[in-house]
Design a protein around this ligand. Structure first.
Ligand SMILES: [Fe+2]
Ligand SMILES: [Fe+2]
Length: 177
């Protein structure tokens, strides 16, 4: 296996895969789609702990810190290893940013990455959202995006263009509340 993950990262990845699996069960998702969700879960942080040179090699067109490089690098590597599903690759590539054009795989991964139970913050709120997702996918996705983007803004970070388009796509079709 070509992944470079610390034991903690692997535990996180396992929890993301488990959550995705639970949702697929609750939503009666058929096996081939469930398989796409699981591939994205397993791949998304595959190069998160890779040496900088390896990240630079696989994400040569993505500037910035490792937090922004590991998605594109993991997707590029997965593609080189034979993953051809565009939805899975886009889910992995943009999992730190969001993408307006995502299909279900990207949306599910983005939510599971944030809602998996091992993260230490907002445990009750996140557990409630995780439980609600199978019956309110778009509502939960919007809440997860809101929380993640507000965190970026509070941290004083710039919002990458795909993130802005992603947020706008989530709220465009819906009356202001
Ligand atoms: Fe990640
Ligand atoms: Fe992750």
């Amino acid at each position: 296996m070509w992944a470079a993950m610390s034991p903690e990262r692997l535990d996180h990845t396992i929890r993301v895969a488990e959550l995705v699996s639970e949702w697929a069960d609750a939503m009666l998702i058929h096996d081939s789609e469930r398989n796409r969700w699981l591939r994205a879960a397993w791949l998304h942080d595959a190069l998160r702990d890779a040496p900088e040179a390896e990240l630079a090699e696989w994400a040569s067109s993505t500037p910035g810190p490792v937090e922004l490089k590991h998605g594109p690098a993991s997707a590029a590597r997965a593609k080189a290893e034979g993953e051809i599903d565009r939805g899975v690759l886009d889910a992995v590539r943009y999992h730190s940013l969001g993408l307006a054009e995502w299909d279900m795989v990207g949306r599910v991964l983005y939510c599971a990455d944030y809602l998996e139970p091992g993260r230490k913050f907002l445990q009750e709120e996140r557990a409630d959202l995780a439980a609600r997702l199978p019956t309110d996918m778009s509502g939960v996705l919007r809440e997860v995006a809101r929380a993640r983007i507000v965190h970026s803004i509070r941290s004083g970070w710039t919002l990458p263009e795909p993130t802005v388009r992603f947020w706008n796509s989530l709220v465009a079709s819906r009356p202001a509340s």
